[in-house]
Design a protein around this ligand. Structure first.
Ligand code: B4P
Length: 186
């Protein structure tokens, strides 16, 4: 099973990804987590990424695509994977498509978690991570609208999109996501 979890910052991608890996026994690949690990380890990449993330901007496509290419070469993706927070631009989506074609492992489907901006603002202010202040959240929402939202149409045209309303009880949202995933593989 090869799935993309698409959604605005704070739409619950990380939250739902944890449940998906438990049920389907696939690898969890979160570019946000990978970048935060680089920052915490103080690597050269992490030092570059930190100021970009703190400003609510996207790290370059080249860097993120390189990370994904490395990650998909590891053994634990053999049973499938969930991509959480990647791709975030059309360039990343096209790069992913080329990479998966080369590996002979096309995506099964894309789950779009749809949550309105007001709800997102409340959730992220309550979470309070380093990049969860009002100004940065607004910037991240603008970046999502400009650069990531076009992926909804991109995957819809390919017949791969499941559109899920992501507000309400976490387990109820997960039930809708599971139904969509089971449909992908039916
Ligand atoms: P990410 O780590 O992907 O973070 P996110 O979008 O903020 O979080 P997510 O949607 O996973 O929300 P969560 O479940 O945690 O990105 C961080 C930064 O990294 C980006 O801004 C960018 O700079 C960089 N980056 C990452 N990937 C990149 C890429 N591909 N290209 C370039 N740059 C990249 O949920 C948020 C909160 O809501 C939590 O507190 C949770 O408990 C709560 N919540 C979840 N579901 C809920 C529900 N149903 N009801 C109420 N609250 C809920």
């Amino acid at each position: 099973m090869r799935i993309v979890l698409l959604g605005a910052p704070g739409s619950g991608k990380g939250t739902q990804a944890e449940k998906i890996i438990d049920r389907y026994n696939v690898a969890h690949i979160s570019t946000g987590d990978m970048l935060r690990a680089e920052v915490a380890a103080g690597t050269e990449l992490g030092q570059k990424a930190k100021s970009i993330m703190d400003a609510g901007q996207l790290v370059s496509d080249e860097i993120v695509l390189g990370m994904i290419e490395n990650r998909l070469g590891r053994d634990d993706v053999k049973n499938g994977f969930i991509l959480d927070g990647f791709p975030r631009t059309l360039e990343q989506a096209k790069g992913l498509q080329a990479l998966l074609e080369k590996l002979g492992q096309p995506l099964d489907g894309v789950v779009f978690l749809d949550v309105d901006a007001e709800e997102i603002m409340q959730r992220l202010l309550a979470r309070g991570r380093g990049d969860d202040n009002e100004e940065t959240i607004r910037k991240r929402l603008d970046v999502f609208a400009e650069q990531t939202a076009p992926l909804v149409a991109f995957y819809k045209e390919q017949g791969k999109l499941a559109h899920i309303h992501g507000v309400g009880d976490v387990d109820e949202i997960f039930a809708k996501i599971s139904a969509a995933i089971d449909d992908f593989s039916a």
